[in-house]
Design a protein around this ligand. Structure first.
Ligand code: B4P
Length: 280
């Protein structure tokens, strides 16, 4: 793949044309609360996704794992010997990629060196924000292991809504950024980590373990992981929802997705940070 981004775009165009890629339209707005800015997207049409899912299930197979078998039209390419890169079928942002294991592995399993090596390979070609919903309580809806990657920047932000805070972290020891009140540990990734792909998987795994230790996460504790080429952030989860609103990993970089105006009002009134504190 000489130009990975062009390759992804051309697969996406073909997948839209044949109806395999079903983007979900949203209205995005910046909400400022307590000195922090959030990117809040309100879904226009989640019903369409629910209907598409129901159709797939009705179509008969008892197999409801969307990644095995995967939809041919969403296939971007193999990554190393153990993973595939797929387009996210129900994407909110363009070029939302999934890195899934070729054989079934559980989303509740720990992320391993092979997973991180595959992620590094894709991130080296399409730098962005990678995330992992570790368990149902952390927002995962699919039990087959999948890392996700969305491109940056999340406009109108220069990177992500909280990147100004997260990028100010110095050093590769787990820290807490005081301005972000939810439970977390974050560290700075060393420059050039993605330049040496033979080592990147090992090094990312080390940092992942260090963060897990810092938060004293048990083997089955739910958590969210987020990383860019500059930082890695981990958030333990105590609940999937706050007042009926689900949050996945992206919420912890300030990118919030709600289903309707009513949920938006709930967040305006209750406070987004209060919600994030209560689920972490
Ligand atoms: P999960 O880890 O299981 O869960 P998720 O990202 O929270 O997505 P979920 O499915 O719960 O979607 P939600 O309504 O919250 O990821 C599974 C992934 O597989 C999803 O990305 C899903 O779309 C994808 N998928 C399902 N069937 C597929 C198939 N046949 N082939 C390929 N991929 C398939 O949110 C709706 C969408 O918005 C999701 O794509 C989600 O990732 C995205 N999203 C959530 N918060 C966002 C935010 N703040 N900004 C932008 N996008 C956001």
């Amino acid at each position: 793949m000489s130009n990975f981004k062009d390759h992804v775009d051309s697969i996406a165009r073909a997948a839209i044309a044949c109806g395999a890629l079903q983007s979900i339209p949203t209205e995005a707005q910046v909400l400022e609360q307590g000195g922090l800015k959030y990117l809040v997207r309100v879904l226009d049409n989640l019903k369409r996704k629910d209907e598409a899912r129901a159709r797939l299930e009705r179509a008969g197979s008892h197999n409801t794992n969307p990644f095995l078998p995967y939809e041919e039209a969403l296939y971007v390419g193999d990554v190393g010997d153990y993973h595939r890169c797929l387009l996210n079928k129900f994407n909110v942002v363009k070029q939302h990629l999934l890195i899934v294991t070729r054989e079934f592995e559980a989303q509740s399993d720990l992320i391993n060196r092979r997973d991180f090596a595959a992620l590094a390979e894709v991130m080296a070609q399409l730098p962005g924000l990678a995330f992992y919903n570790g368990g149902e309580t952390a927002g995962a809806s699919q039990p087959h292991k999948h890392l996700q990657l969305v491109p940056l920047p999340m406009q109108p932000f220069a990177e992500t809504p909280f990147s100004q805070q997260l990028r100010s972290i110095r050093g590769d020891k787990p820290q807490r950024y005081e301005g972000l009140a939810f439970n977390h540990a974050v560290l700075q990734l060393p420059a050039g980590l993605f330049d040496d792909l033979s080592m990147a998987g090992n090094r990312l795994l080390e940092y992942y373990r260090v963060l897990r230790e810092a938060l004293a996460l048990g083997r089955d504790s739910p958590y969210n992981l987020l990383l860019t080429p500059d930082w890695m952030l981990m958030v333990p989860r105590t609940a999937e929802m706050w007042q009926g609103i689900s949050f996945n990993a992206l919420a912890f970089c300030g990118a919030i997705l709600v289903r309707d105006e009513e949920q938006l009002t709930q967040l305006r009134e209750g406070g987004i940070m209060q919600a994030l504190v209560s689920i972490s």
